[in-house]
Design a binder for this molecule. Structure first.
Ligand code: FES
Ligand SMILES: [Fe+2]
Length: 437
């Protein structure tokens, strides 16, 4: 039996046992599950609040809503970032109403209280009308843990949360290779989707659905079971690696000239005709060309990356709800968050962050060629506009699964071995939420 994967990591180190808990249907629609998740998961973990690049001057802010909460993250005089609950200390009005904004003082729209970027109350109307005198300088917004990593501002509602680096564990160290902080967010779509957030998690925690649901990727990503690496980390995060620019091992006789792979060969100065009848060897040839020509073509970031990282797809899921699919030149964020009131809905984000490609004003992302410019989040009414063709396919089954999981005919699921990450995810949730039936 092989003890190392093609990444050079010991397989046994990333393959913890599972118990086989039943994956009940109730968890996808019951309020008691949503309440337990709020108490034991959402208020205890780290969240991505937005892009650090949107914070340039003291007083610039980001907001992020999760469940019924809203968090405001404010840029400080020294460039660091602090996060606060987005609620005025006077009578609770929400302070910041846009996802990105900024002013020297954050002003409440109800009675005009003003807060400095460090959360300290700086101005009130009629200050002498308060018992004990003016509250300015004495009152402060409720601060919560906040840090910047990977180009994102992160926050946690748990004052005792582990530092982000410890929470990320090995996944954080591995992700450093892509130099996420040097990338620009070029696509940011958000939609309210009619399914529980965990259905989307389950989907991104397995690749068993790829041949059926996403047949279009088989020409350039090897989705065959024996070519895919599955890893699970003790922190609850996991990783799946599929070889890129390699046709699926499920279709060994495919014609290379019919594949998107042919374009990649030409870009890296190879002749697709030389690979007729041996398409599976194109990956290694392109990898060699990337090493040889990458710096001259402007792909300076390859120098700090491993061989697999500059050609394959590394698909990380950070527990509980953030998927980062790493491409050689960019990455997707695929996140599902709980709806404020309805366990049968969730908020889905699909972002793409990319390195600038020299001599090009576009980058290739999940929507095809995309202008290289920083974008803000665009909210889409579900079903009225695409979220990306692969994401649309995933969402279409997610809403169908939400229906089926209500059936008395669904008795708890039966997973394939390669769906172990789905099992692991639910067992961790069962333990955190204290629900084992
Ligand atoms: S609620 Fe904010 S100033 Fe009154
Ligand atoms: Fe999918």
């Amino acid at each position: 039996m092989t003890v190392e994967s093609f990444l050079g990591r010991r397989i046994a180190d990333y393959d913890p046992p599972v118990r086989g808990d039943r994956i009940t249907g109730e968890r996808y629609y019951a309020q008691r599950w949503a309440d337990a998740e709020w108490q034991h998961v959402w208020t205890r973990t780290w969240h991505i609040g937005g892009m650090a690049a949107d914070l340039e001057e003291a007083g610039d802010f980001l907001t992020h809503a999760i469940g019924r909460e809203s968090i405001v993250m404010l840029c400080q005089e020294d460039g660091s970032v602090k996060a606060f609950y987005n609620a005025c200390k006077h009578r609770g009005y929400r302070l910041a109403w846009t996802e990105v904004g900024g002013a020297p003082l954050l002003t409440c729209g109800y009675h005009g209280w003003k807060y400095a970027p460090d959360g300290t109350l700086a101005h009130v109307q009629d200050p002498d009308d308060f018992p004990g005198g003016s509250p300015c300088g004495k009152v402060k917004l409720e601060e919560i843990p906040c840090t910047v990593w990977g180009g994102f501002v992160w926050f946690s509602m748990d004052r005792d949360v582990a530092p982000l680096s410890a929470w990320l564990g090995a996944a954080g160290v591995q992700l450093e290779q892509w130099q996420m902080g040097a990338m620009t967010r070029v696509m940011a779509l958000k939609s309210d989707v009619p399914c529980n957030w965990k259905i989307i998690r389950d989907n991104f925690n397995e690749s068993y659905h790829l041949p059926t649901l996403h047949p279009q990727i088989a020409g350039s990503i090897d989705d065959a079971l024996d070519g895919t690496i599955f890893e699970m980390n003790p922190e609850g995060h996991n990783c799946m690696v599929m070889r890129g620019l390699k046709p699926s091992g499920r279709y060994p006789t495919a014609d290379i000239l019919e594949m998107p792979l042919a374009q990649a060969l030409e870009y890296w100065e190879l002749d697709p005709k030389d690979f007729e009848g041996r398409a599976s060897q194109a990956r290694d040839a392109i990898l060699a060309q990337k090493r040889k020509l990458g710096a001259a073509k402007g792909y300076a970031h390859y120098a700090g990356m491993g061989d697999s990282e500059i050609i394959d797809y590394h698909h990380y899921t950070l527990f509980p709800n953030i998927t980062l699919t790493m491409w050689p030149d960019g990455f997707q964020l695929l996140r599902s968050e709980p709806h404020p009131t309805d366990p049968e809905r969730c908020i889905f984000d699909h972002w793409f962050m990319a390195h600038e490609i020299p001599d090009s004003d576009v980058v290739f992302g999940p929507m095809g060629p995309t202008p290289f410019e920083q974008v803000e989040r665009e909210t889409i009414i579900f079903g009225t506009k695409t979220l990306g063709d692969v994401a649309d396919q995933d969402m279409s089954v997610a809403i169908g699964q939400q229906q089926g999981l209500h059936s008395r005919g669904y008795t708890g699921g039966m997973l394939a071995g390669q769906e172990k990450r789905v099992q692991m995810f639910h067992e961790r949730l069962n333990d955190l939420c204290g629900i084992h039936d």
